[in-house]
Ligand binder design. Structure first.
Ligand code: CTP
Ligand code: ZN
Length: 154
């Protein structure tokens, strides 16, 4: 275990998103809009052996997350833990938690849905299953699974 966790350096300040389901790290970076233009250091490990079998870890220096970003992570990586690091210490650790309703974070995949017309209607979904995640549009009742959600995250 020690050997595995030492693969990537500890960070001084920033966030560590730990216990991401195996293979989802790149998607986490995508929904946080992190690409090659970021000015700070990002480290990423995929397929690390862990208690639960296998996990990915993303470390982003000098970056913090707002509620909306944490909800987005919960949608695609429901087992993730967000650790806030200050001066090398974990000052805050919490598991992401999927709310019962998702408002304004995912675009409905039904092109005819009222939320996709030129109306000022914010998308709203009910979380009808948490594992695997399934959302149901409050307006048109279209159901969306994880792959659909990733494609339509706002
Ligand atoms: N970490 C880091 N830089 C630091 C401190 C911690 O990159 N300065 C990372 C650790 O490598 C780990 C995560 O942040 O991936 C959480 O750290 P810690 O709480 O010390 O580890 P664990 O107790 O193993 O966490 P958990 O119980 O959540 O698995
Ligand atoms: Zn809809």
């Amino acid at each position: 275990m020690e050997e595995q966790t030492l693969k990537v350096q500890k960070i001084r300040n920033g966030i560590v998103i730990d216990h991401i389901p195996c293979g989802m790290a790149l998607k986490v970076l995508k929904i946080l809009n992190i690409n090659g233009d970021i000015g700070s250091t990002v480290s990423l490990v995929m397929h690390v052996k862990s208690r639960m079998g296998c996990k990915d870890v993303v470390k982003i220096e000098d970056r913090f997350l707002d509620e909306r970003e944490i909800d987005k992570i919960a949608l695609i990586a429901p087992t993730a833990t967000v650790n806030v690091i200050e001066n090398y210490k974990v000052v805050n650790k919490h598991k992401v938690e999927l709310p019962d309703e998702i408002v304004g974070i995912v675009k409905c995949m039904n092109p005819r849905c009222i939320t996709n017309q030129r109306e000022p209607v914010v998308s709203e979904f009910k979380v009808i299953s948490k594992n695997p995640v399934i959302l149901k549009c409050k307006y048109c009742e279209r159901e969306m699974g994880v792959e659909d959600i990733i494609e339509n995250i706002l």
